[in-house]
Design a protein around this ligand. Structure first.
Ligand code: FAD
Length: 488
């Protein structure tokens, strides 16, 4: 039986452990912290408030995500958002403007000027990119739709998804669907009208406009908690892997050309031996482990993938203290509007059980690439900034009755231009070190849906590599078509 170690108990590592165990591997998962889930974590207070530390929802972007929920017997506990949460707002001119959801609404919306609306009609006639260079999202949007699109809807969206900067993000790596629409149809608008990007035969991908978002009755951490419970003793918490060592070839071993991997864990004198090792931690976490020289040389640049800081603030208020109907998913704020916040989710509109009766919760994000200095401020200064913006936008009058703050010094990996070089290094590290794999949001897409889909792909790939045979191995990173471009 293949003895497999998985380093990291975020959703990537947990899903992979579950799937590999189903495929007959003897799996052990090591998680440095005391809880499963990594970025997915929920705080539930006895008086009825609920706050997510990281993601609030998962997009059901494939049949595999549905399958995972079914495998865990969680279908009864899955919650789709209230229909009241369909509307999305973007700030323009200091006010919240609904994002148009029909051609008629688009014609009338104050979100875009008349000339920006006309640029939508012109988009199908714009020439596609002539060269193969790694274009920034900002240049792509400027070229196809113009500056106004970039400054308002796109900047707002990028703040909400990546907490990132469109001038630095790569359209090909961070928003592969947009790049593919242009490549396959010559136009984003025509491509959408023709049914979106072409999917490979057999793909179980659910088109973005049909994919639903969901959470669970007790919040998103139900998912990693349930996987961890199913894995039972195979998961060790408080177990940071400090060193990965590769044994020299041993002709007597039946696996991996005799190569075995040894993991040195915090607080343990004896290393543990494995045939297969999957690192499913963070990219910056790679620098905290001693690796074989050949691996650390290849992966050193990967440790430096930028992750801007983000603070997430969930606040609870009396319903009567907010003038706005909170009739939507939330509001995103473009940088040009001069607010301190990146955006706010109306979390108890999405899932009413996140606040006691007669109350609401709002989750606000601060910082990102746009204003990293705000993410570095102390809690009281940040709270004052959040409240000031919510007063302007939502007509908030009272003080919060509940507050939950979590600061992520390194929140979300940025797939910036040049990201391809990291993917090549990761592919090479795997190719040159049979039995070693890399998984996680720094490689195959940042959303929870991406990481689950990638875990299914990797489990197939690992299980398809019998013993020493590396024939089934393909370049690991498939960032071409699988990512969720819009999760929040
Ligand atoms: C504020 C915020 C909001 C987000 N919002 C959304 C959203 O709305 N929708 C969405 O889809 N996605 C969202 N995301 C992104 C998504 O949550 C993450 O990309 C995803 O959860 C990453 O999962 P992962 O398993 O790859 O990594 P992680 O969750 O980072 O897990 C890695 C784990 O590895 C462990 N580890 C690292 N090194 C070691 C070691 N040496 N030994 C042992 N353990 C180790 C860490 O302790 C950690 O638990 C958000 C993220 C953040 C931070």
């Amino acid at each position: 039986m293949n003895r497999t170690a998985i380093i990291g108990g975020g959703i990537s590592g947990l899903t992979l452990a579950l799937l590999l165990r189903e495929k007959g591997h003897d799996v052990r998962l090591f998680e440095a912290s005391d809880e499963p889930g990594g970025a997915i974590r929920t705080t539930r207070s006895p008086d009825g408030w609920m706050a997510e530390w990281g993601p609030n929802t998962i997009i059901e972007s494939s049949g595999r995500i549905k399958r995972l929920v079914a495998m865990l017997d969680l279908e009864q506990r899955r919650r789709y958002p209230d229909s009241a949460a369909n509307k999305r707002y973007i700030v323009r001119g200091g006010r919240m403007v609904p994002v148009p959801d029909s051609p008629a609404a688009l014609l009338g919306t104050p979100l875009l000027s008349a000339s920006a609306k006309l640029s939508i009609l012109r988009e199908p006639f714009r020439r596609r990119s002539r060269n193969d260079h790694d274009e920034s999202l900002a240049d792509f949007v400027r070229r196809r739709l113009g500056e106004e699109f970039l400054k308002w809807p796109i900047d707002a969206l990028v703040g909400g998804i990546y907490a990132g900067n469109p001038e630095r993000l790569s359209v090909r790596h961070a928003f592969p669907r947009l790049a593919l629409l242009e490549e396959q149809h010559g136009s984003m608008i025509l491509g959408q009208l023709k049914g979106g990007i072409r999917r490979p035969p057999g793909s179980d991908e659910i088109p973005r406009n049909k994919a639903e978002i969901f959470s669970f009755d007790d919040g998103l951490q139900v998912l990693p908690e349930t996987i961890s419970r199913q894995l039972g003793d195979a998961v060790s918490f408080g177990s940071a892997v400090e060193r990965i060592h590769q044994e020299p070839p041993d002709a007597t071993s039946p696996t991996r050309q005799g190569r075995r991997w040894q993991l040195h864990l915090s607080g343990e004198l004896q290393p543990q031996d494995f045939d297969t090792v999957v690192y499913a931690g963070t990219s910056f976490g790679l620098s905290g482990m001693a690796l074989p020289e050949s691996l650390s040389g290849l992966l050193a640049p990967v440790c430096d993938i930028p992750h801007p800081p983000v603070t997430s603030f969930t606040m609870g208020f009396r319903r009567s203290d907010i003038a706005h109907p909170l009739d939507g998913f939330g509001v995103l704020v473009p940088g040009i509007e001069g607010f301190s916040i990146l955006g706010t989710l109306f979390t108890s509109t999405l899932f009413p059980n996140r606040a006691p009766d007669g109350h609401v919760t709002l989750t606000t994000y601060l910082g990102g690439s746009r204003q990293p200095e705000i993410a570095g401020m102390d809690e009281e200064k940040q709270a004052a900034l959040v409240l000031a913006d919510l007063r302007k936008l939502l007509g908030l009058s009272g003080e919060p009755l509940y507050r939950h703050r979590i600061h992520w010094p390194r929140a979300i990996p940025q797939y910036e231009t040049g990201f391809g070089r990291f993917l090549e290094l990761m592919d090479r590290a795997e190719r040159e070190h049979p039995g070693f794999y890399l998984a996680g949001n720094y490689r195959t897409g940042i959303s929870v849906g991406d990481t689950i889909n990638a875990a299914f792909d990797l489990a197939e790939r690992i299980a398809g590599e019998p013993g020493t045979d590396q024939a089934g191995k393909q370049g690991g990173a498939q960032v071409d078509s699988g990512q969720d471009d819009g999760k929040k």
